[in-house]
Design a protein around this ligand. Structure first.
Ligand SMILES: [Zn+2]
Length: 322
């Protein structure tokens, strides 16, 4: 049996983030995203119940102690896997938010490789109730068989372990005001998340701003990857990495969950990371849409108050972060 690292003794660092006013962020995004999409509407709305169709999250809102958490990193996967890097999301989330509170955890990471018997993607979407009960609506995605099909599989309530790396948006899952970002027809070269991140970076400069939540890609196709099983030979370059990853064009509707932040903040952070699930076999790591003329995005995000860095790699590198 594979045992996760102890969430209470693992290296754990925390920093506060700059929290801009939502109405200011709304103006910043409305203006900047119009350079990348033909139709843009950014609003501050009462968060819709995200447990409903078509959103399918495990908790209803993104409010209460909004927090980014990054665990591990690509150095535990590349050049070769370190299988000791297995973590428990439940106890890490409880350490961050409080064990006596409801917690909604959504985000992108490596999957629970011991559960699947192979490396896989993790598309995380779970609610941890104040009484400790877990509602897990997460998925793993793997590359399967000689035809290398993408296979999306539900992760059971009993499994809260994950491997290697993770970017999570944590909150108490409460209702409240959130940013709604609706974009249609891409006219620029940035992907949906880059367009938001660069807009925040341009406006807030050295102030570090982070957010998380979910978006739907409602139409079109997305270029997404799924990791194959762990490489037996070392992966040392971006080119070798792209040979090892399996890329697919995945059709809408895709439900993506994850985080973005404007700076590494001296914590060796990944600046953006979203994984998506679907109601079919498709799931994986979002890169960009391949159908700019017909693509439509609808996102719900909340601004994070702090970032928590768990088990930051000592010997780091910069590849594998796209
Ligand atoms: Zn990923």
């Amino acid at each position: 049996m594979s045992v996760a690292l102890d969430s209470n003794t693992v290296l754990y660092e925390e920093k506060t983030l700059f929290v801009p006013r939502l109405d200011e962020v709304k103006e910043v995004l409305q203006k900047a995203l119009a350079l990348n999409f033909q139709e843009v509407t950014v609003e501050i709305v009462d968060c819709p119940n995200l447990t409903n169709e078509p959103y399918k999250l495990a908790g209803s809102g993104l409010g209460g102690s909004p927090t980014l958490m990054e665990v591990g990193g690509p150095p535990y996967l590349l050049p070769l896997v370190d299988r000791t890097k297995l973590y428990d999301m439940k106890t890490l989330a409880e350490r961050a938010i409080g064990a006596n509170k409801d917690i909604l955890a959504v985000g992108a990471g490596a999957g629970p490789f011991p559960l699947r018997g192979t490396n896989c993607e993790g598309i995380y979407n779970l609610k941890i109730a104040a009484d400790g009960k877990v509602l897990n609506k997460s998925y793993s995605a793997k590359v399967h068989g000689p035809e290398e099909k993408c296979v999306l599989e539900s992760i059971p309530n009993s499994e809260t372990k994950f491997g290697l790396l993770l970017n999570l948006f944590l909150s108490e899952g409460k209702s409240g005001k959130v940013l709604k970002v609706h974009c249609k027809k891409r006219i620029g070269s940035l992907n949906f998340i880059e367009s938001i991140r660069f807009a925040l970076l341009d406006f807030y400069k050295e102030k570090c701003v982070g957010l998380g939540g979910m978006f739907l890609m409602k139409t079109g196709n997305a270029h997404q990857h799924v990791m194959r099983d762990f490489s037996k030979t070392p992966i040392n370059t971006e080119e070798e990495l792209n040979q090892w990853l399996k890329f697919y064009e995945m059709p809408a509707q895709l439900n993506a969950v994850g985080t973005l932040i404007t700076h590494e903040n001296d914590l060796d952070l990944r600046l953006q990371h979203f994984h998506s699930f679907s109601s079919s076999n498709w799931g994986g790591h979002y890169h960009y849409d391949t159908t700019p003329d017909i693509v439509e995005y609808e996102g719900y995000f909340n601004i994070a108050e702090r970032v928590i860095r768990v088990d930051k790699p000592v010997n780091t590198h910069q590849f594998g972060r796209d």
